[in-house]
Write a protein that binds this ligand. Structure first.
Ligand SMILES: Nc1nc2c(ncn2[C@@H]2O[C@H](COP(=O)(O)OP(=O)(O)O)[C@@H](O)[C@H]2O)c(=O)[nH]1
Ligand SMILES: [Mg+2]
Length: 353
């Protein structure tokens, strides 16, 4: 190695060492919490998730420092993020409990998170009924976290994605996210998982299930659920009709056919097949490179959305901007300006010409 190269390498090492040292002193708490998380301390993980869910702006610097420390320390082992969606009552929680326990039996560690933007309104959470995940939530290889209480979907989605990162750093190599089927929440979960699974009820049409066509198109895998007892035939028929209609859709970006399967979480029927399909999809995506491409694209999208938030907050931080916001907002409400033109004027301090 030339002496020039040696000296530039030494400089890089010195710089890295200095960075670590400053992080240790300035963000001592973050470093300690991150270390505890990486060592699998559940209590610290739960506390850290509470911190990242906080809507208090003064908690953000520590939350960000913590996420950065976790990133520096985490092993980077392979993980899989699975999204489960479907209308309330379709059996998502029951399905997740069974698939979670089966994954643990296969040697995985499983974290379960929820995206439920309605939880603040109803005062509850979709995972609040722990009886449905009572076995999983006490399993030492599982971490079950109820929905964050943040009101706006944006806040819930950001907190959930950050919770995924923390759970993975804590060694949970399978992260399952449950979402209620209300409009935008599916889209935001789609953007944070590798495999997006839609649960359907046999015998009920799309309209009855409140399923929008767009959601069917987002799915990597469809499971007609509660296929047990006298519902089996109906579920098989529903599965067939979805298979027929999916022929008309283009293949998803990953290039793999969307399988429509039937399963019961009461009897366990179909669960082996569902797990196999999830692992086949993942394996094929790893081979084709789609797995990493999708994650990279998801990260770029998040960077963009963080940048939007940061820019907005930065501008709002200026008192004169805030005043202007209030004035424009009054004008808009009185019908003098459209929402777009008010926003434009606020950003450019000039009306649209
Ligand atoms: N027959 C049958 N009932 C189920 C199955 N899975 C869940 N259930 C029942 O469906 C109801 C709703 O389940 P839950 O998991 O809370 O649904 P979620 O709202 O989608 O999370 C509960 O009463 C479950 O016991 C299943 O595979 N077969
Ligand atoms: Mg549920």
């Amino acid at each position: 190695m030339s002496s020039q190269k040696v000296s530039s390498k030494k400089k890089a090492v010195d710089a890295a060492r200095k960075r670590i040292q400053t992080n240790r002193t300035e963000n001592f708490n973050a470093f300690d919490i991150a270390t505890a998380i990486v060592h699998g301390k559940r209590e610290e993980l739960a506390k850290a998730i509470t911190l990242i869910e906080s809507e208090n702006p003064s908690d953000r610097p520590l939350a960000q420092a913590l996420l950065q420390e976790v990133k520096n320390l985490a092993s980077g082992n392979e993980t899989l993020r699975i999204g489960i969606t479907g209308i309330p009552g379709v059996g998502k929680s029951t399905f997740i409990e069974r698939i979670g326990l089966d994954m643990i039996e296969e040697g995985h560690r499983v974290a379960v998170l929820a995206v439920d933007p309605s939880s603040k309104k109803t005062g509850g959470s979709i995972l609040g009924d722990k009886t449905r995940m009572d076995e999983l939530s006490v399993n030492p290889s599982a971490f079950v976290r109820p929905s964050p209480a943040a009101a706006a979907l944006g806040g819930v989605a950001r907190a959930t994605m950050e919770a995924v990162i923390l759970c993975e750093a804590a060694g949970y190599n399978r992260v399952i996210i449950e979402t209620v089927g209300v409009g935008q929440s599916e889209t935001s979960v789609r953007e944070m998982v590798d495999v997006f699974t839609l649960l359907l009820i046999g015998g009920a049409g799309d309209e009855v299930q409140g399923i929008k066509r767009g959601i069917v198109e987002m799915a990597d895998l469809i499971v007609v659920h509660k296929a047990d007892g006298d519902r089996i035939d109906m579920c098989l028929k529903t599965a067939q009709s979805y298979r027929n209609s999916l022929h008309m859709f283009p293949l998803p970006d990953g290039g793999e056919t969307v399988e429509v399967m039937t399963a019961s979480s009461t009897t366990g029927a179909g669960h082996i097949e569902v797990r196999k399909q999830i692992s086949d999809l993942t394996m094929n995506w790893h081979k084709s490179g789609f797995f990493m491409t999708q994650r990279a694209n998801q990260q770029s999208d998040r960077m963009r959305s963080h940048a939007k938030d940061i820019l907005f907050d930065k501008k709002m931080g200026d008192p004169s901007s805030q005043e202007m916001w209030d004035d424009l907002s009054k004008e808009m409400k009185s019908g003098k300006q459209s929402a777009f033109s008010a926003a434009w004027s606020w950003v450019y301090k000039n009306p649209i010409s």
